[in-house]
Design a protein around this ligand. Structure first.
Ligand SMILES: NC(=O)c1ccc[n+]([C@@H]2O[C@H](COP(=O)([O-])OP(=O)(O)OC[C@H]3O[C@@H](n4cnc5c(N)ncnc54)[C@H](O)[C@@H]3O)[C@@H](O)[C@H]2O)c1
Length: 245
C-alpha cells in the first residue's frame, strides 16, 4: 500500500482506533507521529512502535499547529493524517442532557476536525496527501441518548466533503470511515452489560460489534496511494447496521 518511508500523523493515537491504525502503519514502514491530548498514552504507544509522541489538544489551534510543526521537523513532511481523536461526552435524552455535553463534543469532534484538517492541508499543500476522518454511523442513524454526539459526527461528514472539494486542487484527498460500535476504551462502559451488548448486536446484521482490526484495512486503503481517485467519501464499516434504518 505504499506506506514504507511515508510520514503519518495520527490523532487520538493513544486510544483504541487511533492506536490500532498507528500501529498498523508503523508495521508497514511508515514513520508515525502519535498525537494525543493524553501525553503519557501517546508516549507509551510511540515507544512501542518506534514513533514520535506528539502531545496535541485538537481543540486548540496553537497546539495543533505546534504538533504538526514538531512532526514535520522531526520526521519530515506529513503525507498522511488519520484523525481519530474524539469523545462522546456522556449521553442522555435531548430534553435533559446538559448543554455542556454538547459543547464538549462540538469542541473536540467538530472544532478539532476543522483545525486538524486545515493544518493537515497546509502541511501537505504542494506535495499532496491523504486525510482520513473517523466519523460514525450515528451521523446518519439516530440512537436515543446520543443526539449531541450524532450532531457532531454529521458535522464531521460535512467537513469531509467540504474539505475534499476545497483541497482537491492541492492534491489532498479527504475521506472518512463511519463505524458502528467498536470495542475500545470509549465503549467499554456502554458495552459492559449483557443487555447493552445485546441491544447493539441485534442492530447489526453481521451479528457482532466491530473490533479495531475490522477498521484498519479500510482506513489504510483510504490513506494510501491505492485510493488515488477516491475523495469525499464516507465509508460505513458497521456490519450492515445502516441497512436496518
Ligand atoms: N468506539 C466506537 O464504538 C466508535 C464508533 C464510531 C466512531 N468512533 C470514533 O472513533 C474515534 C476514536 O474512538 P475510540 O473508540 O478509539 O476512542 P478512545 O477513547 O479509545 O480514543 C480516543 C482518543 O482521543 C483522544 N482525545 C480526546 N480528546 C482529545 C483532544 N482534545 N485532543 C487530542 N486527543 C483527544 C483520547 O485521549 C483518546 O486517546 C472517535 O472519533 C470516535 O468518536 C468510535
Amino acid at each position: 500500500m505504499g506506506f514504507d518511508g511515508r510520514i503519518a500523523l495520527v490523532t487520538g493515537a493513544a486510544g483504541g482506533i487511533g492506536g490500532a491504525i498507528a500501529t498498523a502503519m508503523a508495521g508497514l514502514g511508515a514513520r508515525v507521529a502519535v498525537a494525543d491530548v493524553d501525553g503519557d498514552g501517546a508516549a507509551r504507544l510511540a515507544g512501542g512502535i518506534g514513533g514520535l509522541a506528539v502531545p496535541m489538544d485538537v481543540r486548540d489551534e496553537e497546539s495543533v499547529r505546534a504538533g504538526f510543526a514538531r512532526a514535520t521537523a522531526e520526521l519530515g513532511p506529513v503525507d498522511v493524517v488519520v484523525h481519530a481523536a474524539g469523545v462522546v461526552g456522556g449521553g442522555g435524552p435531548l430534553l435533559t442532557i446538559p448543554v455542556d455535553a454538547l459543547d464538549t463534543v462540538l469542541a473536540v469532534n467538530v472544532r478539532g476536525t476543522f483545525l486538524v484538517t486545515r493544518a493537515a492541508a497546509e502541511a501537505m499543500s504542494g506535495r499532496g496527501g491523504a486525510i482520513v476522518h473517523i466519523s460514525s454511523a450515528g451521523a446518519v442513524q439516530p440512537t436515543v441518548g446520543l443526539g449531541h454526539y450524532e450532531a457532531s459526527k454529521a458535522a464531521v461528514n460535512a467537513l469531509t466533503r467540504s474539505a475534499a472539494l476545497e483541497f482537491a486542487p492541492l492534491g489532498v484527498r479527504v475521506n472518512a470511515v463511519a463505524p458502528g460500535p467498536v470495542e475500545t476504551p470509549l465503549t467499554a462502559a456502554a458495552l459492559a452489560s449483557p443487555e447493552a451488548r445485546a441491544f447493539w448486536t441485534e442492530r447489526i446484521p453481521l451479528g457482532r460489534v466491530a473490533t479495531t482490526a475490522d477498521l484498519v484495512p479500510a482506513v489504510l486503503l483510504l490513506a494510501s496511494p491505492d485510493s488515488a481517485h477516491i475523495t469525499g467519501t464516507v465509508l460505513p464499516i458497521d456490519g450492515g447496521q445502516l441497512l436496518k434504518g
